[in-house]
Write a protein that binds this ligand. Structure first.
Ligand code: SF4
Length: 328
């Protein structure tokens, strides 16, 4: 990766806003760059405190930390705006200036049977997307960017919990190309039924994700059955401001109606170690990031389900309904 931290943009914002004390959040992949970013604040005479908590997405804006430390601004590196907040936040998306041409050329052999391509990218590649479109058009592909819907900040922008913009164009395309990482493309295969080709910018390879969908859906069906059989159920809510996927009270009432024992548990971040201590709980429903239960299921000693999956276990929705709107 060839990262551009958009320092001129940051400096301009800082000079305009004149903060005294800033809480800085770095996405996980760029925490290693903490020292060089610290120097920017230092040179401007601004006190900067770097959050050591995880920042997997802009859903985890550190409002509580910033308020507790009496900061007057949050600078969040690595993601686009996800939620609105009264607290002032500057988003620095960080550009990956990697030359995509070798990967684009490699992708053509995987796309030879598809003329109409749905295209999505992770935010680091937004600046390059017109070149990507030109490349494919020169190679006789018709490109449609995924729509800007829900949490997506731009046309074509993909995030791990928002695939409605891909779903609405799937009838018009033969396959999807995702520029980003495995995380984004795994979510896409669960959301759409067309082939998904990943341009994996981290591992410099092209991956055809077809085949993964059935395997993952089978695994989700097993987890749903385990939740149906569970007696003691933990409903986990996180305190991250953008991670509120479902209503815990609603689930408590519904599980009680079915004679089960639900409890609501709060966590700042769900981890296998924390889950482990709730020995007597048979299954968990997590209302935080919907990808935790799905992508990390193998790490957890107990089944963890999303809100949508819990609705299936409760009989409120059918599995077919969920597949229509997307598992994530
Ligand atoms: S909720 Fe999960 S998938 Fe969505 S932005 Fe946050 S970390 Fe990413």
């Amino acid at each position: 990766m060839t990262l551009n931290f958009e320092i001129p943009k940051l400096v301009k914002e800082l000079k305009k806003r004149k903060p005294k004390k800033v809480l800085v959040q770095l996405a996980e992949g760029i925490k290693q760059n903490v020292s060089e970013i610290a120097r920017v604040f230092e040179n401007l005479g601004i006190e900067a405190i770097f959050s050591g908590e995880t920042a997997w997405g802009a859903c985890s804006i550190a409002l509580q930390e910033a308020e507790a430390l009496k900061c007057d601004l949050i600078v969040h590196f690595g993601h686009a705006k996800f939620i609105s907040s009264k607290f002032p936040v500057v988003y620095i998306k960080v550009k990956d200036e990697l030359d995509l041409n070798p990967l684009l050329k490699k992708s053509l052999s995987h796309l030879k049977n598809y003329g109409k391509i749905g295209l999505s990218y992770s935010i680091q590649h937004r600046h390059d997307i017109n070149n990507v479109i030109k490349f494919y058009e020169k190679n006789k592909k018709k490109i449609t960017l995924s729509k800007k819907m829900g949490f997506a900040a731009y046309e074509g922008h993909v995030i791990g919990c928002e695939y409605s913009g891909l779903k609405v164009i799937q009838k018009d395309v033969d396959a999807f190309v995702i520029i980003g990482n495995r995380f984004h493309s795994m979510g896409a295969v669960l959301a759409v039924e067309k082939p998904v080709i990943l341009l994996d910018v981290y591992n410099d390879e092209i991956m055809d994700m077809s085949g993964i969908r059935e395997k993952m859906l089978k695994q989700r069906a097993i987890s749903i059955q385990k939740l149906k059989d569970a007696q003691n159920i933990g409903i986990i809510v996180e305190i991250k401001p953008g991670q509120k996927f479902g209503n815990p009270r609603y689930l408590v009432d519904k599980f009680k109606e079915q004679g089960k024992n639900p409890v609501v548990i709060t966590m700042s971040e769900i981890t296998p170690e924390k889950i482990m201590n709730f020995y007597h709980i048979d299954a968990f429903v997590e209302l935080a990031c919907p990808r935790i239960g799905i992508d990390d299921f193998a790490k957890y000693p107990k089944p963890i389900l999303t809100f949508k999956e819990a609705l299936v276990a409760l009989g409120v929705k059918s599995w077919e309904d969920i597949l229509k709107t997307g598992v994530v």
